[in-house]
Design a binder for this molecule. Structure first.
Ligand code: PLP
Length: 347
C-alpha cells in the first residue's frame, strides 16, 4: 500500500474547497451595500449576470442551493400538492424534509435511477379527479448527484417538457452542478435551462466559492422569492462579499471544470481495471463504486487511514468527487490507494 503522507485528499464532496488567494482578494475588495434594502451592487450585478446566462428575466442570490430549491417549490405549489422528482433527488433526500415542512408538499418519484422520461411523468402524475393530490411541479436535477453526476439527456428533458406542457405543469431545474453539465456537454446554461420556469444554480460546488446560490425565473416569481427569502431568514446584508466570490468563480473557475472531469475519469478507470467492483462511468466529476457486499464503511475507513477521504452514500457504495483542490497528482494517489484498499478487501 502507498505510504500515508501528511497531505489529505478530500474527495467526499466538491463542497469542501477553500477559496483561492484570488478569490479571497475579490472578497476583500468587494463593493457592498445592504442587500435587504436591495442596495448591494455586487450582488445585484451577479443576479443580472446569472439571469442572462440562464436566459431568465430575473434572479435572486440566496445562501444555499437548498434555499434556492425550496423557494422554487414554495413558489410553484400549495400545501397538499405533489412534486414529481427523479429517484434520489436532492430536494427529496437531502433537504431535511423541507418540502413537507416549509411548503406542505409530498413527492412522487418518476422513473428509476434519478433520470426519467416524458412517459414517466405521465405515469407519476395523479389524475385530476376524485380527491387526488394535485401534481403541480416537476423537478429535474442536472447533473444528478445520487446518480453519480449524470447529465440529464437533453432529448429526455424535451420529452418531459412536452408532457408538462400538455398538463400545464411548470418545471424547476436543480442546477447545483449545471456548470459541470455545460462543461461536459458543450451546451450553454441558457440552453440547458430553456424548458424550466425556475432554475437554481450553486457557486459553492465545483466553482469553489465558500457559499451562495442563485434562483432565476420570471420577474414576478422572483419578487415573491425576495419576500419568502426574508421570511425564511435568508436576507443577508453586505452579502456582496459572497457575491464577489461567486463572480470570481464564474470568471476564473468555469473553464477548469474539465480537469475535474478528467481526474474523475482517471480514478474510475483505475478502480474499474481491478475487475472486482462496479464503477459507474463518470460523465462529470462524481465517481460511484459499488461493491459486491456492504463493505463501503470499511473501504472508507482504510482509505481514510491513507489520507484519502471518500463518502458512503450506501452501505455497498462509495462516492468520490473531484474538485478545485484536487490536482492530477492527488487523483493519481487517490486511485493507487483505492486500488490497494479494494484489492485487500474484495477478491
Ligand atoms: C444536486 C444538489 N442540489 C442542491 C444541493 C444543495 O446545496 P446546498 O448545500 O448549498 O444547500 C446540493 C448539495 O450538495 C446538491 O448536490
Amino acid at each position: 500500500m502507498p505510504e500515508p503522507t501528511a497531505e489529505i485528499v478530500d474527495l467526499r464532496s466538491d463542497t469542501v474547497t477553500r477559496p483561492t488567494e484570488g478569490m479571497r482578494r475579490a472578497i476583500a475588495s468587494a463593493e457592498v451595500g445592504d442587500d435587504v434594502f436591495r442596495e448591494d451592487p455586487t450582488t445585484r450585478a451577479l443576479e443580472v449576470r446569472v439571469a442572462q446566462m440562464l436566459g431568465k428575466e430575473a434572479a435572486l442570490f440566496v445562501p444555499s442551493g437548498t434555499m434556492g430549491n425550496q423557494l422554487a417549490i414554495a413558489l410553484h405549489t400549495r400545501p397538499g400538492d405533489e412534486v414529481i422528482v427523479g429517484e434520489g433527488a436532492h430536494v427529496y433526500w437531502y433537504e431535511s424534509g423541507a418540502g413537507a415542512a416549509l411548503s406542505g408538499v409530498q413527492f412522487a418519484v418518476a422513473g428509476s435511477g434519478g433520470l426519467f422520461r416524458g412517459a414517466d411523468v405521465r405515469s407519476a402524475q395523479k389524475p385530476r379527479a376524485y380527491w387526488c393530490a394535485r401534481t403541480s411541479l416537476v423537478c429535474i436535477e442536472n447533473t444528478h448527484n445520487r446518480a453519480g453526476g449524470r447529465i440529464f439527456p437533453s432529448a429526455w428533458v424535451d420529452e418531459i417538457a412536452a408532457a408538462c406542457a400538455d398538463e400545464d405543469l411548470p418545471m424547476h431545474l436543480d442546477g447545483a452542478r449545471l456548470w459541470n453539465a455545460c462543461t461536459a456537454s458543450g451546451e450553454t446554461p441558457a440552453s440547458l435551462a430553456r424548458h424550466f420556469v425556475t432554475v437554481s444554480v450553486c457557486f459553492s460546488k465545483g466553482l469553489g466559492a465558500p457559499a451562495g446560490s442563485v434562483l432565476a425565473g420570471p420577474g414576478p416569481l422572483i419578487e415573491r422569492a425576495v419576500r419568502l427569502r426574508k421570511m425564511w431568514g435568508g436576507g443577508m446584508r453586505q452579502v456582496g462579499m459572497l457575491a464577489a466570490a461567486a463572480t470570481y468563480a464564474l470568471d476564473h473557475h468555469m473553464t477548469r471544470l474539465a480537469s475535474d472531469h478528467e481526474h474523475a475519469a482517471l480514478i474510475a478507470r483505475g478502480v474499474l481495471s481491478l475487475g472486482t467492483c462496479e464503477v459507474t462511468p463518470p460523465e462529470t466529476n462524481i465517481v460511484q463504486v459499488k461493491f459486491p457486499k456492504p463493505i463501503a464503511a470499511r473501504i472508507e475507513a482504510l482509505a481514510n487511514k491513507q489520507g484519502i477521504r471518500v463518502s458512503i452514500p450506501d452501505p455497498d457504495r462509495i462516492r468520490i468527487v473531484t474538485h478545485l483542490d484536487v490536482k492530477k497528482v492527488d487523483a493519481v494517489r487517490a486511485c493507487e490507494v483505492l486500488q490497494a484498499v479494494i484489492t485487500s478487501e474484495v477478491r
